[in-house]
Design a protein. Structure first.
Length: 419
């Protein structure tokens, strides 16, 4: 098996039978990288090699005009159900080549699907062990150099396929327009590298880094001047400048209104049956999502109510813990009663509020014991406050005298306005 990529450059698959064919195509947008990747795909299909294509936008569907391939995507032969990657791998096990247009509208869902698809493929292919070409467009989306926790799963699966897929017969072609953005664990596994035209300083610096890594001179000034379709090809320890051939299939600029039929009857039957199953599964998942959304809304409403109740409980707790004199003052103020005299606020003995408010509510003389029991103050505290209030002319006091002892306060009441 050979891949003829230009008039003077070809790759013999047999040369990579032991280590697997691992290709990286790096070039800016419009430089011809998808055309070069399509050459690998078309020639693989021409020679009976099964192909899997993962793309973020629908470009490769035009292969259906020339080849028996199944297109998975919104406008394809099969709907994309991100939760069921094993269904599509079952299709691959039957030898059917597939195009996956992974574009659900949610970037994280797309990455998770690609990660799970690669994992199921890797796990199942241990028993299949049949040569397979996996082409991943815009690979920096799934294996970013600057990755986050959300990228970890997809990045690890990409690295797994790049490093160990060859043992199972999985060959890879990764395509990216940003060499600075794709993780080096993926690029470093490539044994065939194509570098097309770049213009930005950041990308040219990445080319210099690759040049140092490979111990090969890749003149960045020439790279910056490369025209569409021109590439530096690095393979077998050699570097050469090539101009690629043109692909036979159309470049997918627009999605067709109807998916094209698969000519192989057996494959068409399998795809048709699977399409019905996946449509039912997709409907079931949508219903579950709607139900889940409803439950989440109800849960959020309950959470808001719980927060309101907790706030009310905190308020009640605070009110319960407010000192007696403050609550009484508030209650009296609310009822329009006379405010507590300012002089009470200046008393140096704690509890003066309580004693004053208690006496205000009493209609007759009260004993020290009664005042103490009602206010929670000790007998001595009450006596000090009463003496102070007596000195300030606020209360009337009945006392007792004993031989050899100071006078003793027996009973006390607030003075009336007329006293």
């Amino acid at each position: 098996m050979k891949f003829v990529l230009s008039e003077d450059f070809e790759i013999n698959y047999d040369d990579y039978a032991k280590d697997g064919l691992r290709v990286a195509i790096l070039a800016r947008s419009g430089a011809g990288k998808s055309n070069l990747a399509a050459l690998f795909v078309e020639q693989a299909l021409d020679q009976g090699l099964q192909v899997v294509i993962i793309e973020p936008i629908d470009e490769y569907y035009t292969l259906k005009e020339l080849y028996d391939v199944a297109w998975v995507g919104e406008s394809g032969d099969l709907p994309l159900v991100p939760e069921r990657p094993e269904v599509y791998v079952h299709l691959l096990e039957k030898g059917i080549s597939c195009i996956f247009t992974v574009s659900t509208g949610d970037e994280q869902t797309d990455k998770d699907f690609v990660a799970n698809l690669l994992w199921v493929l890797y796990s199942r292919w241990k028993s299949v062990r049949r040569p397979l070409l996996v082409v991943i467009e815009e690979a920096d989306m799934y294996a970013p150099q600057m990755w986050t926790k959300a990228d970890r799963l997809c990045l690890s699966r990409m690295a797994l396929i790049a490093k160990r897929g060859r043992k199972l017969g999985i060959n890879t072609v990764v395509v990216s327009q940003r060499p600075a953005d794709i993780h080096k664990s993926v690029i470093s596994q490539a044994n065939v590298l194509f570098i097309g035209g770049f213009k930005t300083t950041q990308d040219l610096n990445s080319v210099r880094q690759l040049s140092n890594l490979l111990h090969m001179e890749i003149p960045t000034e020439v790279v910056a001047a490369l025209r569409p379709g021109e590439f530096y090809a690095i393979a077998g320890g050699e570097i050469r400048l090539i101009r690629t051939l043109l692909r036979r299939s159309r470049h997918g600029g627009e999605t067709p209104s109807l998916s094209l039929s698969v000519r192989n009857r057996e494959a068409a039957t399998v795809i048709s049956e699977l399409a019905e199953v996946l449509k039912q599964e997709l409907e079931r998942i949508r219903e579950e999502r709607d139900e889940l959304s409803r439950l989440r809304r109800e849960n959020e409403e309950l959470r808001q109510k719980i927060m309101e109740y907790e706030e009310q409980l905190r308020t009640l707790k605070i009110v319960k813990e407010v000192p007696l004199e403050i609550k009484a003052t508030y209650a009296q103020s609310a009822e329009g009663s006379v405010a507590v005299p300012e002089i009470i606020h200046r008393c140096r003995y704690p509890g003066a509020f309580k004693v004053y408010l208690y006496l205000r509510g009493a209609s007759d003389y009260q004993t020290i014991k009664e005042i103490s029991a009602s206010t929670g103050l000790s007998h001595e505290q009450v006596r000090r406050i009463i003496r102070w209030m007596r000195n300030k002319g606020l209360v009337k006091v009945q006392t007792s005298h004993y031989v050899g002892r100071k006078e003793a306060i027996k009973r006390v009441k607030l003075k009336d306005a007329g006293d």
